[in-house]
Structures are given as C-alpha cells and as structure tokens.
Design a protein around this ligand. Structure first.
Ligand code: EPU
Length: 419
C-alpha cells in the first residue's frame, strides 16, 4: 500500500513543467490502432497509470508498443489480431471505451468490456451508442461487454442530446473511416477534442470544425502512422495554479496553453490572486487576502468540472462564503467529507457545495476518493497545520505524473511512503 504524507504550511515557490494532457492521451492511444500502415510516434504522453493501462491493452490486441522514453510511445498497429478488449485493464478505466470507436472504424467490429473510471455519478454511454448506430453499426450489450458490428459504416448527421466529451471523440473516431460525410452537432469543445481531431488528421483523416459546435468528418479509406505531440494538460496546470494560490506562493507553471486556462485564471483573479500570462506559461502569486467566490462548472470554455475539487480545497481556507455548483456530474462532492476531517466547514446540498471558509485546516488521515478528489486532498494537506496522510493514492497516480516530485521541487514537504 502506498500513501502520501505531507507536512503542511510551506509556501510553494519556483516553476513546474506541465505534462501532456491525460484526457487527450487516453483517446489518442486507442485511436492509434486505426493506422493500418506505418508507426505512430507520440510524444508528450504523460507517465501515468491510465496510460500504462492503455499500453497493456494495445499490446493485448496485437500492437507493438515501444517506450522510446518516459513520455514518448511508438505504436505499430499494422498487425492487430484481435478486436476483443476484455481484460481487467479495460474494466478499470473509463477511456477504454475509445477502443469501441477505433476498432469499429478500422475493422467494422469490436467487443469491449464496459468501462470503469472515477465514481463521480452515473456515466451512461447512450450518446456513444446513438452515434455508432447512426453510422450503421448494430450495438448490443452482452455479459458486461459492448458488441458493435457493421457491414459498412456510412456518414450521418448526429445531434448529441447532451454535450459529451467522450461521445464526441468516440463517434468522431468511428466516422473517420466511414463512407461519406458525418456531421456532429452539439459537440464538446474541450481542448482534448481538438487534439484528438488533429491527431486523426495527422494520420490522414479529414476532420474540420473541432473546437466549434459542429464537427464535419469526411470519411477516408485508410489511416497511416504519424508523429504527434500531445497538448499540455489543462487540468494538471489548473491544479498547480490553485495550489500556488492556496499556499500563498509564487509559482510559474510552464509548458501550458494559457488560453485553455482562462476560466481558472479568471476565478483566481476574482478571488484576489495575481495571474500573469506568458506565451506558454502562467505565473500565479498572492499579495493580498483572498476572498470567497462562486463557481459553476460547465463544458469548455466554462470552469472545468475536473478542477472543481481542487478548487474546493482552496475555498475552504478563504474567509467568507463560497458556492461550488457542479453541473456535469451528479456525485462529485465525495471528497468533502475528507476535507471536513481536516476542519473544513462545508455543506453539500444536491450538486452544490456551500463552503464557509475557515482560517486554517488541520492535518488528518484522509482518502483520495477519486482522481481529482486526491488532488484536492494534496492541496488541503499542503496548507494544513501538521501532518496529513492521504490513502488510496492509486486514484491520484491514474492522472497526475510524479505528483510528489513536482510539489517537492516547489518546496513542499511531501513524501510517498510504501508500506
Ligand atoms: N453523458 C450522457 N450520455 C453519454 C455520455 C455522457 O448522458 O453517452 C453525460 C454524463 O453523464 C455527464 C455529461 O454527459 O453528465 C458529460 O460526460 P462526458 O461524456 O463529457 O464525460 P466523459 O467523456 O465520461 C471526460 C473526462 C472526465 C471529465 C468529463 C467532462 C476522460 C477519460 N474523462 O469524461 O475526466 O470530467 O469528460 O469534462 O476524458 C477526470 O479527468 O478526472 C475526469 C473524470
């Protein structure tokens, strides 16, 4: 068992390099299976457990995966021999559902176990299924696996009922090798949707409009290997921005796309922090008392749901009342009980957390109930008086590369203990 042990109270100072985006990488890796010739060399891949999981799944399907360095993978999918992804790794993570779209697109059939992922509410895949069916596939669910099959895939007009990152990416992937043009409407506009579209285009796809409300995919006959670099992680960057403000530090967060961080920067500025934008960096520091704010999560370019939990740790030590209204996931406040163990005063009503900022938090033994909850507990531990130990950190390792090393380099007292 591993845990993080933090002695709080140190102000973070210095600079931290952000890794590639988890939520891009976890779609790009499955999509690489669509290259029927040549190798995909993908760099800026974060060294996280979700990526390790995908590497194993790719190998189990017959891909050759070489790790050229910690952040560069070379994937050769020319000899894929199986369209069945039914291992424990598949069940463990959410993004394994991208194998449904990718295998369907290239082989016109797939059998993929239903995905797992963070316990943050009901996570249906009805919009993925609706899209695959519109493209001409039959979709059935048997013994916990999704089975898709098509004689051939054809273009279609698809209007999503909800704005969904997963279905937008998955159906875009599936449409890439379909015959004719697919028009996707009411799509997600997150940076990682654009990144996956750019990756597919680098392999030879013809996708336009990613990042707007309408994506047009003109089907092509085949995809080939390419060289590609994953965009920086908006959520990892947001987590460090919030940690800088929470510890009243001065941190420059490098290798970021500042545009992707605007909603987070705007909230920190509203609270009283200073955020300076560089070309590929943001500097966050605090020179005056911060005040409480209201946060409502929304699809991009709104405030990201994935940063809401770290934000709740910051707001719990800022005087005054703050609200966090979670509009994407119905159950993303499980970490609040852990924050309360550290002295936070927070009430959850439905999907809203009502926070009465306390002067300080006190170290305690807490658990990472999910990935971003874990990040919230790290931030709480950094500002708390005394020692905080965070258990169940496998959730954190799924999405944050070498988190303790990065915070240590900024002056935090945080160690990983293996028991
Ligand atoms: N939804 C449906 N039907 C569907 C798909 C989604 O009703 O077929 C609903 C969901 O229930 C939710 C909303 O649509 O209420 C948005 O879901 P979305 O599909 O956008 O989420 P996702 O693709 O499952 C990804 C990220 C999440 C992030 C959300 C929202 C990955 C692997 N996961 O999930 O990231 O919270 O988008 O931005 O990309 C995280 O990184 O911590 C994380 C949970």
């Amino acid at each position: 068992m591993e845990k993080l042990v933090i002695s709080g109270g140190k102000s973070l100072k210095g600079s931290v390099d952000i890794n590639g985006a988890k939520n891009s990488a976890v779609a790009i890796l499955p999509a690489a299976i669509m290259a029927s010739e040549g190798k995909c060399t993908i760099d800026n891949v974060p060294d996280i457990e979700d990526v390790h999981c995908l590497e194993r799944i790719l190998r189990s399907l017959g891909c050759t995966v070489n790790k050229l360095d910690n952040n560069t993978l070379e994937i050769d999918a020319t000899d894929v021999r199986s369209v069945e992804a039914c291992t424990d790794d598949v069940r463990r993570m959410r993004a394994s559902y991208y194998f449904i779209g990718a295998l369907l697109s290239r082989f016109k059939k797939a059998r993929v176990e239903l995905p797992g992922g963070c316990p943050i509410g009901v996570r249906p895949i009805d919009q993925h299924i609706k899209g695959f069916e519109a493209l001409g596939a039959s979709v059935t669910i048997e013994h916990g696996a999704v089975i898709v099959e098509a004689e051939h895939l054809h273009g279609a007009n698809i209007f999503f009922d909800v704005v969904t990152v997963g279905a937008t990416i998955n159906v875009m992937i599936a449409a890439t090798l379909a015959e004719g043009t697919t028009v996707l409407e009411n799509v997600a506009k997150e940076p990682h949707v654009v990144d996956v579209a750019n990756f597919l285009n680098s392999m030879g796809a013809d996708i336009k409009g990613a990042g707007t409300d309408i994506i047009r995919v003109k089907g092509v006959e085949k995809l080939s290997g390419c060289n590609y670099s994953v965009i920086p992680d908006q959520i990892e960057a947001g987590t460090f921005m919030i940690a800088a403000a929470a510890t009243k530090g001065d941190v420059t967060i490098t290798n970021v796309i500042p545009k992707h961080l605007e909603s987070i920067a705007a909230k920190l500025i509203e609270m009283g922090a200073t955020v300076e934008e560089g070309d590929d960096s943001v500097r966050v520091y605090v020179e005056r008392d911060l005040k409480g704010v209201n946060v409502k999560t929304a699809p991009y370019p709104g405030f990201p749901t994935d940063v809401q939990q770290p934000m709740s740790a910051l707001l719990s030590i800022v005087p005054g009342k703050s609200l966090i209204a979670e509009s994407i996931w119905e159950s993303r406040h499980k970490h609040i009980d852990e924050l309360k163990k550290m002295g936070a005063t927070i009430k959850v009503e439905g999907r809203t957390a009502i926070i009465e900022g306390s002067e300080k938090l006190a170290g305690a033994s807490v658990i990472a109930t999910d990935l971003r909850a874990g990040a919230a507990m790290v931030i709480a531990g950094l500002v708390a008086e005394g020692v905080t130990e965070i258990l169940e950190i496998e959730h954190i390792d799924r999405g944050y590369p070498h988190i303790e090393d990065k915070f240590t380099a900024l002056g935090a007292d945080i160690v990983r203990v293996i028991e």
